[in-house]
Write a protein that binds this ligand. Sequence first.
Ligand SMILES: *Cc1c(COP(=O)(O)O)cnc(C)c1O
Length: 425
Amino acid sequence: MACELALLGGKPVLPKGRRLETYSSLGPEETKAVVDVMNSGVLSRFLGAWSTDFYGGPEVVAAEAEFAAHFESKYAVSFNSWTSGLTAALGAMHIEPGDEVIVSPWTMSASATAILEWNAIPVFADIDPSTFNLDPRAVERLIGPRTRAIVAPDIFGHPADIHGLRAIAEPHGIQLLSDTAQSPGALDHGQYAGTVADIGGFSLNYHKHVHCGEGGVAVTNSSDLAERMRMIRNHAEAVILERPGFPRENMIGKNYRLSEIHAAIARQQLRKLSFQVAGRQEVARTLTAALQGLSGLTLPVVRSGYSHAYYVYGMVLDSKELGIPRRRIVEALKAEGLDLVFEGYQALHRLPIFRERLAYGSGGYPWSGAPEPIRLEPPSCPVAESMHDEAFLGISMCKYELGSDDLAIVISAFHKVWEHLDALA
Ligand SMILES: *Cc1c(COP(=O)(O)O)cnc(C)c1O
């Protein structure tokens, strides 16, 4: 007879006092790169004036060339975060105050707040329940005369349906911004995720596949979009007079510059990316083979033509079929030692900033300043809401090593909890 659930006083699968091993992508290569930059004496070479240094120092320039080459994109533009990158991307796309930008509610907040940066209006469209990405049919219903762009996150690492979105967007001249923060290295019909949209881009923060402290990199095949992003990144307004004829809309100079130290680390991290993604894919294959057949549990899908970068291994729980609330199952898994399991993810449209329209000041701006009537009713995204509140169950893949021993523990804990579901009911 299997031992009893740890939640009910039994012995946990992961012995007490032991933790699942955490993962670090940092090694001596990064340390050496940092020391080399320190010894060069140049920690950032950006100059907010029209000169060669306007585009940054040697590490920044080299990092951008390497990211562009790696992702087979014509241009890569670095930033001090991907939040900055998203903001610069929308500015480069000429998003105007009062424009509407359609975005997923099932994403990190910056996908939507970047829209507010330009006084534009985020319009939330519901997600597909199997990939958790924007559902093109839900997007189509929300397209109006002021829709200018779509922000499509590749959530958890599965590329969004950019082709489906493009078919809807193109007839209206709507631009596509791919938020590929969680899917670096995932493929969409042989092309890297992020390079299929007008602009895509990656985050280099601590939680992502590869990291450099803080940072972000946009990729695009448009020289215009790339140059406008570079201008916004580095005090555009200070150099615009020296560039007569350069489009001046949204050239409100920011400082979104990446330092030489961060760029040097990012270059080393990029070399490790493919290996890491392959490792996560292997872990996911093992999980899927082992968890297949657990009742009421739907495992991640990978649509034909795509590969998945597995930032998160995302599952859907049918609590009704099981007759047990998700909270109880998660508690049982955690009690067995699985810190890496989490429930729910995000329902951005319900955050007070969007629901109560309290962003700039207290007067409801930019919603109240939108030049013509827009959809002001509270947005509703029933799929995202039920996933967040009841059904979604995730395994964090980036923070953990998940070598064969730990993976065996994760798998045994799931099986043990499922064998004792009666005791949880
Ligand atoms: C991490 C993340 C961001 C923000 O990236 P930062 O570099 O932390 O600013 C944006 N979108 C998604 C989907 C993310 O996961």
